[in-house]
Ligand binder design. Structure first.
Ligand code: NAP
Length: 245
């Protein structure tokens, strides 16, 4: 019989896997994004209340395998997953998606935090932010020479010197080209998510010779098994009889 799985999600890979889990397994979401209503497994939404509470949940539900397929920048839940697995004696397997790598002609600069990002941005006029909602907290600090565009999941009304675009990937190359052209973007800001769905913007920056500022990845804890791709994890789950061939 397949082990009872707790799958921590919030990524496209996690959703793909959740669609193949049996009714005894549980798909868990923080609840910030879209919540599917057509899964064959159970669904729970919202935080657990920290690592200890997650460990209690694992014990109470008789979970036998914890799968961490959360986003590479969701460092808190990954830390909680590793700790809860240790506390409960259940194995944690994690998808640790590889980051994007700069190629010939790329001008990528890594920044450690918001303060460093703002300092590096000073010489630019038309930044395009594609790293989530954080810039929305700083709209009152836009330097007078800059016009910002913030693309994140939820749109909201424009404010002086900032346009906020609500959009969800995947993004096509041609639509990204059109966006950069309309905005006269002179610098792109992104997390290094490593996701194919959001990669075309990097191609456009390359074509236009634009710099890309990448927020440094958080460090994530080691767990029992780590996989660089969903395919690699999928294969092991199939070999273990957890997923059908
Ligand atoms: P985070 O800082 O690592 O987690 C904050 C808290 O949210 C966690 O401590 C946990 O609450 C709860 N949480 C997060 N993921 C959960 C899950 N799958 N199931 C149940 N509770 C969860 O995470 P975040 O960066 O805010 O991201 C939230 C979610 O969005 C994650 O699931 C992630 O996969 C997804 N996401 C994040 C990003 C990103 O850039 N950070 C991008 C795309 C998708 P408790 O401590 O109360 O358990």
């Amino acid at each position: 019989m397949s082990p009872r799985i707790l799958l921590l999600g919030g990524t496209s890979e996690a959703l793909r896997l959740a669609r193949c889990l049996g009714p005894a397994s549980i798909y868990s979401l923080a609840g910030l994004g879209r919540v599917p209503d057509d899964l064959p497994c159970r669904l729970r939404v919202g935080g657990f209340g920290g690592a200890e509470k997650l460990a209690e949940f694992i014990a109470a539900e008789g979970i036998e395998l914890l799968l961490d397929l959360t986003h590479p920048y969701a460092a808190q839940i990954s830390a909680n997953a590793a700790r809860a697995a240790a506390l409960s004696g259940v194995a944690c397997w994690a998808l640790r998606r590889l980051g994007w790598q700069a190629g010939a002609g790329d001008d990528w600069r890594e920044v450690g935090d918001w303060a460093e990002l703002i300092a590096v941005l000073a010489p630019f006029q038309r930044p395009l932010f594609t790293l989530g909602r954080e810039p929305l907290e700083h709209l009152h600090e836009i330097p007078p020479q800059q016009q910002w565009t913030v693309r994140c999941l939820q749109s909201q009304p424009a404010v002086p010197r900032a346009e906020i675009i609500g959009a969800r990937g995947p993004f096509e190359l041609d639509e990204e080209r059109a966006l950069f052209a309309r905005l006269h973007t002179d610098v792109l800001i992104s997390k290094n998510s490593g996701s194919q769905a959001t990669e075309p913007k990097l191609q456009v920056a390359r074509e236009l010779g634009l710099p890309v500022l990448l927020l440094r990845r958080p460090s994530l804890p080691p767990v029992a098994r780590e996989f660089a791709s969903l395919d690699a994890l999928w294969q092991v789950l199939q070999e273990a009889g957890i997923l059908p061939e």
